[in-house]
Design a protein around this ligand. Structure first.
Ligand SMILES: NC(=O)c1ccc[n+]([C@@H]2O[C@H](COP(=O)([O-])OP(=O)(O)OC[C@H]3O[C@@H](n4cnc5c(N)ncnc54)[C@H](O)[C@@H]3O)[C@@H](O)[C@H]2O)c1
Ligand SMILES: [Zn+2]
Length: 355
C-alpha cells in the first residue's frame, strides 16, 4: 500500500488507497489508547466500519452511529454521544475516531474536544469535501438554531487518514460538492493547482492529486494563522455570499454549490473594485461549468434578501460585512488589511444581479 504523508503544523495527513488497513502503523498513538470509540453515520458505517475495526484489532472499539445529515450535527447528538461514552466509562486515555463526511468529523471532533476537556481525535474523512476541507485544520463544532457551526472548538486531530478506496461509493453530487472547495483552494493560493482542476474530468479524476493539492494549500494557509486572525480568512472566499444563499435556500442546496455561486459573485465584486484580474471571471466560470457547478444564483432568489442575509455572517466585524476577494488566479487581495475587505452595497448588488 503506498501512502503520501503530508506533515503539517500539527497533524500529519496520510493519503492513499486502502490505507485504513494500515491505521496502527500510521498512527502509533492508537496503541496507547485504552478505549476507542468510532463515530460514524448510517450511510458510512455499514460500508466501512468493519474495515476500521479490523485495522484496530486486537484492540477493541465501540461503534457509535448517527443518522446522516446536517440536522444531526447538533448539541442534542453531541449530548447523546458524550453521555453514552461517559456511561460506559470512557476516560482520558480514550481515542475518538471520526469516520465519515464533514458532519461526522465536525461532530465527533467536538465530542473529542469537550469530553473530559479533550481526548485525542483521529479523522478518517470519507467524502471529498471532508478530505480536502472539513477534516483538515482543527475546527470542530455543531449547529444551533441561530446558524451553522456557532458552537465549537479548535481541536486538532492526531492524524488524518484519507483512504481513497472509500470514494467510489460517494454519490456524484457529493463529489462535485467537494470539488467546489478544491477550486477555491486553487483560486486563493495556487494557479497550477487550479489548472490541474481545469483539466480534470469527473469520470477520470485523479483524486490522489486533487486531495493532496488541496491539503497542501489548506494546511499551509492554516499554519500561518490557526486562529483565523488574518491569513486564514482567505479560505472564506465565496463563503460570505455562499452562506447567505445556503441559508436563504434552507440548506436544501449543497454547500459546495452555494460556494460556487458565491465565488462567481465575489470575483465580480473584486473586479468591480479593480482589485482583481478580469480574466479570473471567465476562467472560474469555465472550471465550475466543467463539473456542473452553478455560476449564477437561482432566479427565485432576491438580491436584497441575499445582501440582508450576508449581514448575519459570523465573520462580520463590528457589523460590517467583509469579503475575502481574489487578486488573480492563485492570489488574494487585501493582505494589508487582514484579507477582510468591505464592499459597498451597490457593488454587491451589481455582482449578484449579473447572473
Ligand atoms: N471543520 C471545518 O473546517 C469544515 C470545513 C468545511 C465543511 N465543514 C462541515 O462539513 C459538513 C459537510 O460535510 P460533507 O459534505 O462531507 O457532508 P456529510 O458528512 O453530510 O456527507 C455527505 C453525505 O455523504 C454520505 N457519505 C459520506 N461518505 C460516504 C461514502 N464514502 N460513500 C457513500 N456515502 C458517503 C453521508 O452519509 C452524507 O449523506 C458541514 O457540516 C460543514 O459545516 C467543516
Ligand atoms: Zn466551505
Amino acid at each position: 500500500v503506498s501512502v503520501t504523508t503530508i506533515s503539517t503544523w500539527s497533524a500529519p495527513v496520510h493519503i492513499g488507497h486502502g490505507i485504513i488497513a494500515e491505521l496502527r502503523t500510521l498512527v502509533p498513538a492508537l496503541d496507547r489508547a485504552h478505549r476507542i470509540a468510532v463515530i460514524t453515520d448510517e450511510n458510512v458505517g455499514p460500508q466501512y466500519a468493519d474495515r476500521v475495526a479490523a485495522a484496530l484489532a486486537p484492540m477493541r472499539s465501540t461503534l457509535i452511529s448517527i443518522p446522516p445529515g446536517e440536522l444531526h450535527k447538533s448539541r442534542a447528538t453531541w449530548a447523546q454521544i458524550t453521555d453514552a461514552l461517559l456511561a460506559s466509562g470512557f476516560g482520558r486515555d480514550s481515542v475518538i475516531v471520526a469516520l465519515g463526511g464533514g458532519v461526522v468529523t465536525d461532530l465527533a471532533g467536538f465530542v473529542a474536544a469537550t469530553l473530559l476537556r479533550g481526548v485525542p481525535l483521529l479523522n478518517i474523512p470519507t467524502t471529498v469535501l471532508a478530505m480536502v476541507d472539513a477534516a483538515i485544520g482543527g475546527k470542530t463544532g455543531v449547529d444551533t438554531e441561530h446558524g451553522k457551526n456557532l458552537v465549537g472548538a479548535f481541536h486538532s486531530p492526531l492524524a488524518v487518514i484519507a483512504d481513497l478506496s472509500v470514494l467510489p461509493s460517494l454519490p456524484l453530487m457529493e463529489q462535485i460538492n467537494g470539488l467546489a472547495e478544491a477550486i477555491k483552494h486553487g483560486v486563493i493560493a495556487d494557479a497550477a493547482y487550479f489548472e490541474l482542476l481545469a483539466g480534470t474530468q469527473l469520470a477520470t479524476a485523479d483524486w490522489h492529486a486533487i486531495i493532496e493539492g488541496s491539503v497542501r494549500i489548506k494546511t499551509r494557509v492554516v499554519a500561518d494563522d490557526e486562529r483565523e486572525l488574518g491569513r486564514r480568512k482567505v479560505l472564506n472566499f465565496g463563503h460570505t455570499i455562499g452562506h447567505a444563499v445556503e441559508h436563504l435556500l434552507d440548506y436544501q442546496v449543497p454547500h459546495g454549490l452555494c460556494v460556487a455561486m458565491g465565488m462567481m459573485a465575489e470575483t465580480r465584486m473584486a473586479i468591480a473594485l479593480e482589485l482583481c484580474d478580469p480574466a479570473l471571471e471567465d476562467a472560474l466560470a469555465a472550471v465550475l461549468d466543467r463539473f456542473g457547478l452553478p455560476t449564477a444564483l437561482p432566479d427565485a432568489l432576491d438580491v436584497d434578501a441575499v445582501i440582508a442575509a450576508t449581514a448575519a455572517d459570523k465573520k462580520s466585524r463590528q457589523g460590517i460585512v467583509e469579503y475575502a476577494l481574489p487578486a488573480r488566479c492563485g492570489a488574494m487581495a487585501g493582505a494589508e488589511r487582514g484579507y477582510g475587505i468591505p464592499v459597498p452595497t451597490a457593488i454587491v448588488a451589481a455582482a449578484l444581479g449579473q447572473a
